[in-house]
Design a protein around this ligand. Sequence first.
Ligand code: FE
Length: 372
Amino acid sequence: MQSLNLKSALARILIFPALALLLSACQPDSQSDADADRVAASDAASSGQEQEQEQRMEPAETGSLIVYTSRQPHLVEALFQSFEAESGIPIEFISDDAAALIERLAAEGQNSPADVLITVDAGNLWQAADRNLLQAVDSDTLRARIPASMRDPDDLWFGLSIRARTLVYHPDRVNAAELSSYAALADRKWQGRLCLRTSRKVYNQSLVAMMIERLGQQRTEEIVSGWVENLATNPFSSDTRLIEAIAAGQCDVGIVNSYYLGRLQQQDPDYPVKLFWANQDSSGVHINISGAGVTRHANRPAAAVQLIEWLAGDQAQKIIAASNLEFPVVKDVELDPVVDRWGDFVPDSINLRVAGTRQAEAVKLMDRAGWR
Ligand code: FE
Protein backbone atom coordinates (compact mmCIF):
# COMPACT_ATOMS: atom_id res chain seq x y z
CA MET A 1 0.00 0.00 0.00
CA GLN A 2 1.15 3.45 -0.74
CA SER A 3 -0.02 6.88 0.23
CA LEU A 4 0.46 9.03 -2.83
CA ASN A 5 2.20 12.31 -2.31
CA LEU A 6 1.02 15.19 -4.44
CA LYS A 7 3.87 14.86 -6.91
CA SER A 8 3.35 11.19 -7.64
CA ALA A 9 -0.41 11.74 -7.64
CA LEU A 10 -0.04 14.42 -10.27
CA ALA A 11 2.26 12.18 -12.25
CA ARG A 12 -0.42 9.49 -12.14
CA ILE A 13 -3.08 11.86 -13.27
CA LEU A 14 -0.87 12.84 -16.19
CA ILE A 15 -0.12 9.22 -16.98
CA PHE A 16 -3.66 7.96 -16.65
CA PRO A 17 -5.30 9.72 -19.58
CA ALA A 18 -2.61 8.24 -21.82
CA LEU A 19 -3.14 4.84 -20.27
CA ALA A 20 -6.91 5.16 -20.63
CA LEU A 21 -6.48 6.05 -24.28
CA LEU A 22 -4.25 3.05 -24.78
CA LEU A 23 -6.80 0.80 -23.06
CA SER A 24 -9.71 2.15 -25.05
CA ALA A 25 -7.76 1.57 -28.24
CA CYS A 26 -7.41 -2.11 -27.22
CA GLN A 27 -11.04 -2.47 -26.12
CA PRO A 28 -14.00 -2.60 -28.45
CA ASP A 29 -16.23 -0.63 -26.08
CA SER A 30 -16.64 2.94 -24.91
CA GLN A 31 -16.98 3.95 -21.24
CA SER A 32 -20.78 3.79 -21.40
CA ASP A 33 -20.61 0.34 -22.90
CA ALA A 34 -18.31 -0.65 -20.06
CA ASP A 35 -21.01 0.54 -17.65
CA ALA A 36 -23.55 -1.61 -19.46
CA ASP A 37 -21.17 -4.56 -19.15
CA ARG A 38 -20.98 -4.11 -15.40
CA VAL A 39 -24.76 -4.28 -15.15
CA ALA A 40 -24.72 -7.31 -17.38
CA ALA A 41 -21.92 -8.86 -15.36
CA SER A 42 -24.08 -8.80 -12.25
CA ASP A 43 -26.75 -10.89 -13.91
CA ALA A 44 -25.99 -14.36 -12.62
CA ALA A 45 -28.50 -15.84 -15.03
CA SER A 46 -26.47 -14.93 -18.12
CA SER A 47 -26.19 -17.73 -20.61
CA GLY A 48 -22.82 -19.31 -21.37
CA GLN A 49 -22.69 -17.51 -24.69
CA GLU A 50 -23.33 -14.16 -23.06
CA GLN A 51 -20.68 -14.86 -20.45
CA GLU A 52 -18.15 -15.67 -23.12
CA GLN A 53 -18.94 -12.43 -24.91
CA GLU A 54 -18.72 -10.51 -21.64
CA GLN A 55 -15.29 -11.87 -20.92
CA ARG A 56 -14.14 -10.46 -24.21
CA MET A 57 -15.87 -7.11 -23.58
CA GLU A 58 -14.84 -6.59 -19.94
CA PRO A 59 -11.85 -4.24 -19.73
CA ALA A 60 -8.91 -5.88 -17.99
CA GLU A 61 -8.59 -4.56 -14.45
CA THR A 62 -4.94 -4.12 -13.71
CA GLY A 63 -2.76 -1.89 -11.59
CA SER A 64 -3.40 -0.51 -8.12
CA LEU A 65 -6.81 0.30 -6.77
CA ILE A 66 -6.81 4.06 -6.20
CA VAL A 67 -8.70 5.34 -3.17
CA TYR A 68 -9.46 8.98 -2.40
CA THR A 69 -10.12 9.21 1.32
CA SER A 70 -10.93 11.99 3.74
CA ARG A 71 -10.29 9.64 6.64
CA GLN A 72 -7.00 10.21 8.41
CA PRO A 73 -4.29 7.80 7.17
CA HIS A 74 -3.94 6.13 10.59
CA LEU A 75 -7.62 5.12 10.41
CA VAL A 76 -7.36 3.39 7.03
CA GLU A 77 -3.79 2.10 6.70
CA ALA A 78 -4.30 -1.10 8.72
CA LEU A 79 -7.50 -1.84 6.83
CA PHE A 80 -5.91 -1.35 3.43
CA GLN A 81 -2.95 -3.53 4.41
CA SER A 82 -5.26 -6.40 5.43
CA PHE A 83 -7.26 -6.06 2.22
CA GLU A 84 -4.08 -6.10 0.13
CA ALA A 85 -2.84 -9.22 1.91
CA GLU A 86 -6.14 -11.05 1.45
CA SER A 87 -7.04 -9.98 -2.07
CA GLY A 88 -3.64 -9.46 -3.67
CA ILE A 89 -4.93 -6.12 -4.96
CA PRO A 90 -2.52 -3.27 -4.20
CA ILE A 91 -4.04 -0.01 -2.94
CA GLU A 92 -2.75 3.50 -3.38
CA PHE A 93 -4.54 6.29 -1.62
CA ILE A 94 -4.70 10.04 -1.45
CA SER A 95 -6.01 11.69 1.70
CA ASP A 96 -7.45 15.16 1.77
CA ASP A 97 -10.56 16.77 3.16
CA ALA A 98 -13.85 15.70 1.64
CA ALA A 99 -14.62 18.96 -0.18
CA ALA A 100 -11.17 18.98 -1.81
CA LEU A 101 -11.49 15.34 -2.91
CA ILE A 102 -14.94 15.96 -4.38
CA GLU A 103 -13.67 19.03 -6.28
CA ARG A 104 -10.73 17.00 -7.49
CA LEU A 105 -12.93 14.17 -8.76
CA ALA A 106 -15.13 16.69 -10.57
CA ALA A 107 -12.14 18.46 -12.15
CA GLU A 108 -10.51 15.21 -13.24
CA GLY A 109 -13.70 13.92 -14.85
CA GLN A 110 -13.25 10.75 -16.84
CA ASN A 111 -9.48 11.00 -16.50
CA SER A 112 -9.66 10.58 -12.73
CA PRO A 113 -7.39 7.81 -11.46
CA ALA A 114 -9.71 7.28 -8.47
CA ASP A 115 -11.70 4.07 -8.09
CA VAL A 116 -13.18 4.55 -4.62
CA LEU A 117 -14.18 7.60 -2.56
CA ILE A 118 -14.22 7.13 1.20
CA THR A 119 -15.41 9.99 3.37
CA VAL A 120 -17.32 10.86 6.50
CA ASP A 121 -20.82 12.28 6.69
CA ALA A 122 -23.71 11.35 4.43
CA GLY A 123 -23.89 15.05 3.48
CA ASN A 124 -20.51 14.71 1.74
CA LEU A 125 -21.36 11.39 0.09
CA TRP A 126 -24.62 12.87 -1.15
CA GLN A 127 -22.69 15.84 -2.62
CA ALA A 128 -20.46 13.46 -4.57
CA ALA A 129 -23.49 11.48 -5.79
CA ASP A 130 -25.43 14.64 -6.64
CA ARG A 131 -22.54 15.83 -8.79
CA ASN A 132 -22.61 12.56 -10.70
CA LEU A 133 -19.19 11.48 -9.40
CA LEU A 134 -20.27 8.03 -8.20
CA GLN A 135 -21.72 4.98 -9.93
CA ALA A 136 -24.42 2.61 -8.73
CA VAL A 137 -23.22 -0.68 -7.25
CA ASP A 138 -25.37 -3.77 -7.51
CA SER A 139 -24.23 -5.84 -4.53
CA ASP A 140 -26.41 -8.30 -2.61
CA THR A 141 -23.67 -8.43 0.03
CA LEU A 142 -23.83 -4.69 0.72
CA ARG A 143 -27.63 -4.66 0.69
CA ALA A 144 -27.71 -7.57 3.13
CA ARG A 145 -25.10 -6.25 5.54
CA ILE A 146 -25.80 -2.50 5.67
CA PRO A 147 -29.14 -1.25 7.04
CA ALA A 148 -31.22 0.51 4.38
CA SER A 149 -31.17 3.89 6.16
CA MET A 150 -27.34 3.87 6.01
CA ARG A 151 -26.93 3.49 2.27
CA ASP A 152 -28.07 5.48 -0.72
CA PRO A 153 -31.50 4.37 -2.06
CA ASP A 154 -29.92 4.32 -5.54
CA ASP A 155 -26.87 2.33 -4.33
CA LEU A 156 -24.41 5.18 -5.00
CA TRP A 157 -22.83 5.09 -1.52
CA PHE A 158 -22.72 2.77 1.47
CA GLY A 159 -22.23 3.45 5.18
CA LEU A 160 -19.25 1.68 6.73
CA SER A 161 -19.37 3.00 10.28
CA ILE A 162 -21.90 4.83 12.41
CA ARG A 163 -21.16 8.00 14.31
CA ALA A 164 -23.69 9.16 16.86
CA ARG A 165 -24.16 12.89 17.56
CA THR A 166 -25.66 13.19 20.98
CA LEU A 167 -25.69 15.08 24.29
CA VAL A 168 -22.78 15.40 26.71
CA TYR A 169 -22.94 16.95 30.17
CA HIS A 170 -21.05 17.62 33.38
CA PRO A 171 -22.45 15.28 36.06
CA ASP A 172 -21.68 17.74 38.90
CA ARG A 173 -23.91 20.42 37.39
CA VAL A 174 -26.47 18.37 35.44
CA ASN A 175 -28.53 15.40 36.53
CA ALA A 176 -29.04 12.91 33.68
CA ALA A 177 -32.75 12.90 34.55
CA GLU A 178 -32.92 16.56 33.41
CA LEU A 179 -31.89 15.54 29.89
CA SER A 180 -34.15 14.11 27.20
CA SER A 181 -33.92 15.45 23.65
CA TYR A 182 -32.03 17.83 21.37
CA ALA A 183 -35.18 19.98 21.31
CA ALA A 184 -35.28 20.27 25.10
CA LEU A 185 -31.93 22.10 25.06
CA ALA A 186 -33.91 25.10 23.70
CA ASP A 187 -35.67 25.36 27.08
CA ARG A 188 -34.90 28.51 29.08
CA LYS A 189 -33.52 26.42 31.92
CA TRP A 190 -30.36 25.96 29.82
CA GLN A 191 -29.79 29.69 29.32
CA GLY A 192 -26.06 30.45 29.48
CA ARG A 193 -25.29 26.73 29.95
CA LEU A 194 -25.17 25.30 26.41
CA CYS A 195 -22.12 24.88 24.17
CA LEU A 196 -22.29 24.20 20.43
CA ARG A 197 -19.79 23.67 17.64
CA THR A 198 -19.87 26.02 14.66
CA SER A 199 -22.77 25.69 12.20
CA ARG A 200 -20.16 25.57 9.42
CA LYS A 201 -19.39 21.98 10.36
CA VAL A 202 -21.23 19.47 8.20
CA TYR A 203 -22.02 17.38 11.32
CA ASN A 204 -24.33 20.14 12.60
CA GLN A 205 -25.76 20.77 9.13
CA SER A 206 -26.70 17.08 8.93
CA LEU A 207 -28.23 17.15 12.42
CA VAL A 208 -30.41 20.15 11.53
CA ALA A 209 -31.30 18.64 8.12
CA MET A 210 -32.62 15.53 9.85
CA MET A 211 -34.52 17.65 12.38
CA ILE A 212 -36.21 19.54 9.53
CA GLU A 213 -37.23 16.20 8.03
CA ARG A 214 -38.65 15.01 11.36
CA LEU A 215 -40.12 18.19 12.85
CA GLY A 216 -40.60 20.56 9.94
CA GLN A 217 -38.89 23.83 9.16
CA GLN A 218 -40.80 26.05 11.61
CA ARG A 219 -40.40 23.85 14.69
CA THR A 220 -36.73 23.22 13.90
CA GLU A 221 -36.09 26.96 13.60
CA GLU A 222 -37.72 27.56 17.00
CA ILE A 223 -35.45 24.92 18.54
CA VAL A 224 -32.27 26.15 16.87
CA SER A 225 -33.07 29.77 17.83
CA GLY A 226 -33.58 28.56 21.41
CA TRP A 227 -30.17 26.88 21.36
CA VAL A 228 -28.52 30.07 20.13
CA GLU A 229 -30.19 32.06 22.94
CA ASN A 230 -28.94 29.53 25.48
CA LEU A 231 -25.30 29.59 24.37
CA ALA A 232 -22.76 30.05 27.16
CA THR A 233 -20.09 31.21 24.70
CA ASN A 234 -19.34 31.48 20.96
CA PRO A 235 -19.56 28.20 19.01
CA PHE A 236 -16.39 26.09 19.04
CA SER A 237 -14.26 25.03 16.10
CA SER A 238 -14.12 21.41 17.28
CA ASP A 239 -16.11 18.91 19.32
CA THR A 240 -13.06 18.22 21.49
CA ARG A 241 -12.77 21.90 22.49
CA LEU A 242 -16.47 21.86 23.31
CA ILE A 243 -16.11 18.85 25.61
CA GLU A 244 -13.06 20.43 27.27
CA ALA A 245 -15.14 23.58 27.88
CA ILE A 246 -17.74 21.47 29.70
CA ALA A 247 -15.00 19.80 31.75
CA ALA A 248 -13.55 23.24 32.58
CA GLY A 249 -16.93 24.60 33.74
CA GLN A 250 -17.49 27.02 30.87
CA CYS A 251 -20.80 25.30 30.06
CA ASP A 252 -22.84 22.36 31.33
CA VAL A 253 -24.21 20.59 28.28
CA GLY A 254 -23.45 20.26 24.57
CA ILE A 255 -23.93 18.23 21.39
CA VAL A 256 -21.00 16.22 20.00
CA ASN A 257 -20.06 13.07 18.12
CA SER A 258 -19.58 10.36 20.71
CA TYR A 259 -16.10 9.28 19.55
CA TYR A 260 -14.62 12.64 20.59
CA LEU A 261 -15.71 11.93 24.16
CA GLY A 262 -14.51 8.34 23.69
CA ARG A 263 -10.98 9.53 22.93
CA LEU A 264 -10.88 11.62 26.10
CA GLN A 265 -12.36 8.78 28.18
CA GLN A 266 -9.84 6.36 26.72
CA GLN A 267 -7.02 8.54 28.05
CA ASP A 268 -8.79 9.12 31.37
CA PRO A 269 -11.60 6.73 32.37
CA ASP A 270 -12.68 9.28 35.01
CA TYR A 271 -12.96 12.14 32.53
CA PRO A 272 -15.53 14.50 34.07
CA VAL A 273 -17.96 14.63 31.12
CA LYS A 274 -20.69 12.03 30.54
CA LEU A 275 -22.68 10.95 27.52
CA PHE A 276 -26.47 10.90 27.23
CA TRP A 277 -28.38 9.19 24.41
CA ALA A 278 -30.84 11.79 23.09
CA ASN A 279 -34.40 11.26 21.83
CA GLN A 280 -34.76 7.73 23.19
CA ASP A 281 -38.48 8.34 23.77
CA SER A 282 -39.01 9.76 20.30
CA SER A 283 -37.07 9.64 17.02
CA GLY A 284 -33.80 8.15 18.28
CA VAL A 285 -30.23 9.45 18.35
CA HIS A 286 -29.05 11.42 15.34
CA ILE A 287 -26.54 9.23 13.57
CA ASN A 288 -24.33 9.75 10.60
CA ILE A 289 -21.92 7.52 8.75
CA SER A 290 -18.54 7.23 7.23
CA GLY A 291 -18.99 5.53 3.91
CA ALA A 292 -17.75 4.76 0.44
CA GLY A 293 -18.78 4.77 -3.18
CA VAL A 294 -17.30 3.59 -6.47
CA THR A 295 -16.29 6.55 -8.59
CA ARG A 296 -18.10 7.22 -11.84
CA HIS A 297 -15.04 6.62 -13.99
CA ALA A 298 -13.34 3.89 -11.94
CA ASN A 299 -10.69 1.96 -13.83
CA ARG A 300 -11.14 -1.02 -11.52
CA PRO A 301 -14.87 -1.10 -10.70
CA ALA A 302 -14.95 -4.79 -9.75
CA ALA A 303 -11.99 -4.43 -7.38
CA ALA A 304 -13.59 -1.25 -6.01
CA VAL A 305 -16.77 -3.16 -5.12
CA GLN A 306 -14.62 -5.94 -3.66
CA LEU A 307 -12.93 -3.43 -1.32
CA ILE A 308 -16.24 -1.92 -0.16
CA GLU A 309 -17.73 -5.38 0.43
CA TRP A 310 -14.62 -6.35 2.36
CA LEU A 311 -14.92 -3.20 4.48
CA ALA A 312 -18.46 -4.32 5.36
CA GLY A 313 -17.12 -7.71 6.51
CA ASP A 314 -16.85 -8.70 10.19
CA GLN A 315 -13.08 -8.38 10.42
CA ALA A 316 -12.92 -4.91 8.86
CA GLN A 317 -15.98 -3.74 10.78
CA LYS A 318 -14.26 -4.59 14.06
CA ILE A 319 -11.14 -2.64 13.06
CA ILE A 320 -13.22 0.32 11.83
CA ALA A 321 -15.27 0.44 15.02
CA ALA A 322 -12.22 0.22 17.28
CA SER A 323 -9.91 2.58 15.42
CA ASN A 324 -12.06 5.70 15.79
CA LEU A 325 -14.39 4.52 18.58
CA GLU A 326 -17.31 4.54 16.15
CA PHE A 327 -20.07 1.94 15.79
CA PRO A 328 -20.02 -0.82 13.17
CA VAL A 329 -22.84 -0.74 10.59
CA VAL A 330 -23.04 -4.52 10.82
CA LYS A 331 -24.82 -6.08 13.79
CA ASP A 332 -23.10 -8.24 16.43
CA VAL A 333 -19.61 -6.91 15.77
CA GLU A 334 -17.64 -6.43 18.98
CA LEU A 335 -17.42 -2.86 20.30
CA ASP A 336 -14.48 -1.12 21.86
CA PRO A 337 -14.84 -1.27 25.70
CA VAL A 338 -15.07 2.55 25.95
CA VAL A 339 -17.94 2.55 23.45
CA ASP A 340 -19.59 -0.50 24.99
CA ARG A 341 -19.80 1.28 28.37
CA TRP A 342 -22.20 3.88 26.90
CA GLY A 343 -24.83 1.16 26.47
CA ASP A 344 -27.32 0.55 23.71
CA PHE A 345 -29.25 3.29 21.99
CA VAL A 346 -32.04 3.60 19.47
CA PRO A 347 -30.79 5.42 16.35
CA ASP A 348 -32.93 7.60 14.13
CA SER A 349 -34.05 5.46 11.19
CA ILE A 350 -34.51 8.19 8.56
CA ASN A 351 -32.47 7.53 5.42
CA LEU A 352 -29.25 9.55 5.64
CA ARG A 353 -29.70 10.89 2.14
CA VAL A 354 -31.79 13.59 3.85
CA ALA A 355 -28.54 14.98 5.28
CA GLY A 356 -27.75 15.92 1.69
CA THR A 357 -31.12 16.79 0.22
CA ARG A 358 -31.92 19.17 3.09
CA GLN A 359 -28.39 20.49 3.63
CA ALA A 360 -28.89 23.86 1.91
CA GLU A 361 -32.16 24.37 3.81
CA ALA A 362 -30.39 23.55 7.08
CA VAL A 363 -27.56 26.01 6.41
CA LYS A 364 -30.04 28.82 5.70
CA LEU A 365 -32.06 28.00 8.80
CA MET A 366 -28.96 28.06 11.04
CA ASP A 367 -27.99 31.38 9.47
CA ARG A 368 -31.40 32.90 10.18
CA ALA A 369 -31.23 31.64 13.76
CA GLY A 370 -27.88 33.40 14.21
CA TRP A 371 -25.85 30.21 14.76
CA ARG A 372 -22.33 31.14 13.69
FE1 FE B 1 -15.02 13.93 13.34
